[in-house]
Write a protein that binds this ligand. Structure first.
Ligand SMILES: C[S@@+](CC[C@H](N)C(=O)[O-])C[C@H]1O[C@@H](n2cnc3c(N)ncnc32)[C@H](O)[C@@H]1O
Length: 229
């Protein structure tokens, strides 16, 4: 596991993305625990495959697929993933959907790759700053994400809407501080790291105090478990 991947799984508390990354890892761990051991898991838009070790530890055969980088399976843009229909018991997609231009093609591939009875875990953003990889097209409300998936032949089993407005507003401040610290000296970066530790504590408290209906109507992070209909 490289340093970037280790930090992604276990970010230090001075990381400006500590809270969303920690919530994401818990989501993935819970999903894996709920789906037993073994079988084939495909990560569609894997990037550096930060969750590979979690799947492999649970004896899933994990295949990273992406249009970019050095994945197990490189996808040619605009072409299907070069894997047979019904290959996987699990398809996962972490923070990819907002970067996808053609939702029909992408979600169609997620469905095609699932074997009958298979399940997809897809996470994406509600409120979050612009972050092109290499593009960044959309944000979702819980209602909107549900509609997009149902219209493309998925049945939603569970939708988690995480990180409510007080927490994500505070997190925006940490993201802004991080940007301001780029290229600055050690003293400024040290001060920003200290502010992030304090800010992350505030974020946790704010999210705990946020009424669930407020958090669930306007979240920062969305996670859906869905099966082909
Ligand atoms: C923000 S990164 C997330 C990477 C990884 N899932 C993670 O959680 O770290 C978005 C990834 O989606 C990939 N991507 C964008 N459009 C895609 C598409 N149509 N099919 C597959 N991957 C795509 C990008 O190349 C990039 O690696």
């Amino acid at each position: 596991m490289n340093t970037a991947t280790a930090d992604r799984l276990h970010p230090p508390m001075w990381d400006h993305q500590w809270y969303p990354l920690t919530r994401l890892r818990s989501l993935v761990e819970e999903f894996i625990a709920d789906h037993g051991r073994g079988g084939h898991a495909i990560d569609l838009g894997s990037g550096d495959a930060p969750y590979r070790s979690l799947f492999e530890r649970a004896r899933w055969r994990y295949t990273a697929c992406d249009i970019d980088g050095d994945p197990d399976v490189l996808i040619q843009p605009g072409r299907p993933v070069p894997l047979p229909d019904g290959t996987a018991g699990i398809v996962v997609s972490f923070q990819v959907l907002e970067h996808v231009g053609d939702l029909d093609a992408y979600l169609g591939e997620c469905r095609r790759l699932l074997r009958p009875g298979g399940v997809m875990l897809l996470t994406t953003h509600g409120n979050w700053p612009f972050h092109p990889h290499p593009t960044d097209y959309r944000r979702w409300t819980p209602m909107g994400l549900r509609l997009e998936l149902e219209e493309r032949g998925f049945v939603i089993e569970r939708l988690d809407a995480l990180i409510g407005p007080p927490a994500w507003m505070a997190n925006y401040a940490l993201l802004a501080l991080h940007e301001l610290g780029r290229g600055r000296g050690r003293v400024v970066r040290g001060a920003i790291a200290s502010a992030c530790v304090a800010g992350n504590g505030l974020i946790v408290t704010a999210d705990r105090l946020t009424p669930p209906r407020f958090r669930e109507s306007d979240p920062s992070l969305l996670a859906v478990r869905a099966r082909p209909s």
